[in-house]
Every structure is written in structure tokens, then in C-alpha cells.
Design a protein around this ligand. Structure first.
Ligand code: PMT
Length: 400
């Protein structure tokens, strides 16, 4: 059966590019187009009707088309994914604040399908604090934002705000479709922590570690693909959040602790892949520390142990998966952490193993459980390891 894509068009000059997108997609997928009033001013719905073979509903309540076929609720459920292109500042603001005054905005409020939002507008409008905040809000709610391109805009200005090339929109949408297929984690809320934390010493310096976030992001992406609702709590990384996950960005261990606590009661499975700083400088200086004669001594205090806190507070139905990064005595140290932090499973990896640990796209892990022999895994991609970790955690969840 063909996958179903809803293409939602709001009013901007880039509408003309969307005709090409719809033409390409129609060859492989079932496409339904909906347009705002202003989008219709830029291009006739007839173009899209000819390309898709489907009527473009004229309004919320259209007497000339069977109501069940086009109501916002039907469309919201019908779509496997939704592409909004171009997305205007007005539409973005409406979505961010839950306004629903036409077919398109009502459908967006009603849907639970993954949304790919493609903003296109004048640079100043895009960079306005209001639009920036609205986009951040939407991204944190799990909407995937495709960054606009820089170039000469229709208004004559040069800068960001151009709708990305049709091929890029199509490629991203197809990735979203692909990862939205296997659904064995549907109904579960999974929280993943990823990346390093940064512990500030003064406004220009901080203590951190080498975690790239690849491991945690990979688990989050795999979990989302398998139908889970995913919270990704991430320290500073250079990785783009996978489409559809709810991203909470944090800096320090204490920020991460707050973020984990804020979603913990809703979480079914907590996976702690982040490399959290155990200590932070006792004092964060208000101004840059000046160079002076002699050495500088910095005192550190303990950070909260987030995993240990979760181990203490977890309910019977909640599954807790810790990680352990070691440089020596991998198994002994990992076993101690598994027990001390009351984990249901622990993924141990050693910096000494080639292809394991920080930064790489591969890992070598040993899985440990409280009442089972450890299982040593061979070198594999972090992507494959993520699937394996989720398989094991799902088994544990099923008996809880
Ligand atoms: O991000 P990548 O570059 O892909 O690298 C992946 C990784 C090496 C970071 C990952 O595989 C990994 O091992 N993550 C855990 C790193 C770590 O901090 O290990 P630890 O042994 O210090 O901590 C044990 C567990 O307690 C971890 O789950 C950690 O998230 C948690 N912890 C630690 C300290 C603290 N204050 N709070 C915590 O919750």
C-alpha cells in the first residue's frame, strides 16, 4: 500500500517550488494537498489537483466534497507524515500557540503524525525573536524543522529564508517516512540522555568530556522510529536531533538533572547514555579569571548522580538503563554501578577497546543485568547497538 503524505501549503512565493515537490512525490506516494487562503493567492489549487488527482478542500467545511473525506480530523489521522512547505511566520506562530482558525492549522493541532516543517520567509522575519522562539518551541515538541537556505530572496534581500531545494525536502520527508515504519515501542515513553555536560568555571571556561552524543542520539532515533514517544535530553553536541523526538537542550549536570526530573514520572524507560560530569567547580566566577603569578587551584564539588536518583525513585513499571564508561576493570566497575544505581540493565563500554567509546560511530559493549550473566557484544555500529539495547529493554518492560 502506498504511503500517504499530506502537503500543507501556506502563503509565500515559494509555493511555486512546491508544485515540483508534489509532482515528484505523487509518482511514489498518495498525496493530499491543503492550502491556506493566502497560498491560493499565489497558486491555483487546480495545479495541485491536476498533479495529485485529489481535490484540494476549499475550506474547513466544504459542502461539495464528502465531509468525512476532508475534515481536519480525517486528514490529521490519514497522513503517515505531513510536510508543511512553505511555512510562513504566521503559520509557525499559530502552531506554536495552538491557534486553529482554518483547515490547515486545525489539522496541525489534531494530528499525531510526524511533521516536517519547512520555513520560508524574509530574513528579518525568520531571525525575529518571536519566530526563533516559536520554532524552538515547535522543535521541542518533536516537530522536525528543515533549516531554510541562504540566498537572494524574492523581496530582494540576501540572507536566510529560502525554501530548501525540492530534492532536500523530499529526501528528508522520505527519511521520516522510513523511520516511521516499525512500531513495537508504540505507547511507550522513552527518555534518553546524550552527550557531555559542561560545568562553567567562569564566563569563558568550562570542564567537559569527549562525548559526541552519537550513542544517545542513535538510541533516540531508533526508539522514535519504532513508535516510542521520545524525550532526548542532550548536553551540547553538534548533532541535529532526529526528526520527531522532543529535544530538551541542557548545559550542566544540574540542568540535566532538572530535565530528567521533569519527565521522569511520565517515562517508561530511561536510558542514560550521557557522560555526566561527576564534579563541578565549587564556584562559577562572575568575570573571567585573570592570569596571575603562580598556580591556580580550583576546588570541585560533587554533582547530583542522576542515574542513582532515578534508581532510588523508579516505580515498579519503570525500566532503568545505565551506561558505564571505563578505562580499567570494565566488568567489576560496571557490575558495581549496575547494583549501586539500581539499574535494570547497564551498557558497559571501555575506552581501551578499539572502535569503542567517545566520538566513534561504532562501539563495543557488554550488557549487564542484575540476575543474569553479562553478554559481551562484538564491535558494531552504534545504530545496531541501539536496536539491540531497545530489544533487551522491551523484553524487561514486558515482564514489569
Ligand atoms: O557520546 P558518544 O561520543 O557516542 O560516546 C558514547 C559514550 C561513551 C558517552 C556512552 O557510550 C557512555 O558510556 N555513556 C556513559 C558515560 C559515563 O558518564 O559513564 P559513567 O561510568 O561515568 O557513569 C555511569 C552512569 O551514570 C551513566 O549512565 C551516566 O549517565 C550516569 N551518571 C553519571 C554521573 C552523574 N553525575 N549522573 C549520572 O546520571
Amino acid at each position: 500500500m502506498k504511503k500517504k503524505i499530506l502537503v500543507a501549503i501556506s502563503g509565500g512565493i515559494a509555493v511555486y517550488k512546491v508544485a515540483q515537490l508534489v509532482s515528484n512525490l505523487s509518482k511514489k506516494y498518495e498525496i493530499q494537498v491543503i492550502m491556506t487562503k493566502h497560498a491560493r493567492a499565489f497558486m491555483s489549487p487546480l495545479t495541485f489537483e491536476a498533479l495529485t488527482g485529489r481535490a484540494v478542500p476549499k475550506a474547513m467545511f466544504t459542502p461539495d466534497v464528502h465531509y468525512d473525506q476532508i475534515s481536519h480530523i480525517h486528514l490529521a489521522k490519514w497522513a503517515d507524515i505531513i510536510i508543511i512547505a512553505p511555512a510562513t511566520a504566521n503559520l509557525i506562530a499559530k502552531m506554536a500557540h495552538g491557534l486553529a482558525d482554518d483547515l490547515l492549522s486545525t489539522t496541525m493541532l489534531a494530528t499525531r503524525s510526524p511533521i516536517l516543517l519547512c520555513p520560508a520567509m524574509n530574513t528579518n522575519m525568520l531571525n525575529h525573536q518571536a519566530t526563533v522562539a516559536n520554532l524552538e518551541l515547535l522543535q521541542n515538541r518533536g516537530i522536525h524543522i528543515l533549516e531554510s537556505e541562504r540566498g537572494l530572496l524574492a523581496c530582494g534581500d540576501f540572507g536566510s529564508g529560502k525554501l530548501p531545494e525540492v530534492s532536500i525536502i523530499q529526501e528528508t520527508a522520505e527519511k521520516l517516512l522510513e523511520i516511521n515504519q516499525k512500531q513495537d515501542l508504540t505507547g511507550l515513553e522513552i527518555t534518553v540522555t546524550a552527550g557531555p555536560t559542561q560545568e562553567a568555571l567562569d564566563p569563558v571556561r568550562f570542564i567537559t568530556n569527549h562525548s559526541s552524543g552519537i550513542m544517545g542520539y542513535s538510541i533516540a532515533e531508533a526508539a522514535q522510529a519504532r513508535g516510542a514517544t521520545v524525550n532526548l535530553i542532550s548536553g551540547p553536541t553538534n548533532i541535529t536531533a532526529p526528526p520527531g523526538v522532543s529535544l530538551i537542550k541542557v548545559i550542566s549536570a544540574r540542568d540535566m538533572f532538572d530535565a530528567v526530573q521533569s519527565v521522569f514520572s511520565e517515562t517508561d524507560i530511561l536510558i542514560k547514555a550521557a557522560a555526566v560530569a561527576d564534579y563541578r567547580p565549587t564556584e562559577t566566577f562572575r568575570n573571567k579569571i585573570k592570569k596571575q603569578e603562580g598556580d591556580l587551584q580550583v576546588k570541585f564539588v560533587r554533582n547530583p548522580d542522576i542515574l542513582a536518583w532515578a534508581g532510588e525513585h523508579k516505580q515498579a513499571h519503570q525500566v532503568l538503563c545505565g551506561f558505564a564508561m571505563e578505562t580499567e576493570d570494565l566488568l567489576d566497575n560496571a557490575k558495581a554501578k549496575l547494583q549501586k544505581k539500581n539499574c535494570d540493565m547497564l551498557v558497559a563500554n571501555s575506552l581501551r577497546d578499539e572502535g569503542a567509546g567517545f566520538g566513534a560511530t561504532t562501539n563495543v559493549a557488554t550488557l549487564l543485568w542484575p540476575n543474569q550473566e553479562p553478554k559481551a557484544l562484538t564491535l558494531m555500529s552504534k545504530k545496531d547497538l541501539s536496536e539491540l539495547i531497545l530489544d533487551e529493554l522491551l523484553k524487561i518492560k514486558k515482564v514489569k
